[in-house]
Write a protein that binds this ligand. Sequence first.
Ligand code: GLA
Length: 381
Amino acid sequence: MKEQILAKFAELFGGESPVFASAGRINLIGEHTDYNGGYVFPGAIDKVIMAAIRPNGTDKVRAYSIDYGQMCEFGLKEEDKPEQQWARYIFGVCRETAKRGGKVEGFDTVFCGNVPLGAGLSSSAALESTFAYAINELWQNGIDKFELARIGQSTEHNYCGVKCGIMDQFASCFGKAGCLIRLNCKTMEYKYFPFNPKGYRLVLLDTCVKHELASSAYNKRRESCENAAAAIRKRHPEVEFLSDAKRLWLDEVREEIPQEDFLRAEYVIGEVQRVLDVCDALERDDYEIVGEMMYQTHFGMSKLYEVSCDELDFLARLARKMDVTGCRVMGGGFGGCTINLVKDELYQPFIEAAKAQFSAKYGHEPKVYDVVISDGASRIA
Ligand code: GLA
């Protein structure tokens, strides 16, 4: 990938360039908990966005996306927001860096990636983190890694319309090979957990389904959670985020909030606890419990949070039927992947059955991604 990028860069702009990369992520458990101040448990993966980025001495960015085969040129002022969605991520990162007092001037860039788009693997966070990291280094802004992650998150909020949490950008910036990271999204305390389950494999099955209205549905989920938290806060002022609430407290406000908000909150409160239970189970090498929690998460995401879809539910049911240890929809939902914890000896039969039965029903095979937990943002040349 690096050679391809540098060759294109030389062709378009001439000469050489520094190269940066940042990763997509998986999340073992802890979904839709980040913007509720709860725990998440992600890790960066060996699928990246990579970019050659070189200051050009002007006040314009000239960006070329190899994957889209498109060039986009834009200025760095608020009113210069480009048309193309992919370019808005880069523009947003520049703006958010500037808003934090960082220096950003014009640059030339060529980038591409192998993080599958719309699969729930955070290709957009990988893109944001690559540019946040690179700009910070090229102009020596000295912004710390937490703030680099927040630059990506604010880019989503202010330039892409998704009110996301911090998980994806955090994982992309803090990822470490072989480790999952448990992050408390309220305090931003985190801990690396070496993850190498003996006798098991983590594999993703991509339904290749991508729902159009995913970002507005996502923002709606967030609003429901905030409504529920606000209702609880009236009785329990210590509740800053929904994750601070006890299950009992939610029951107290059941009649005061819409049923939909109640169900969303019920899921979130359960999910925050499941992350802790999974971490405990991992410390005992108890993968059966880890897997059971994954199934519980799937149930909650499907029936309470309602971010699953037919194809994902089908794969989760098949996994259960075949005694796969754990399976659930991963990431924001509304399509994308299931993450599966599967015993070595079951891996092959499971993948074969999933391909055959899924394609018999939906007309195409799910894509299979083996998970390799890898490093996050870095300069690679
Ligand atoms: C998306 C968001 C994250 C997180 C997940 C769900 O990936 O970007 O912040 O909320 O969905 O866990």
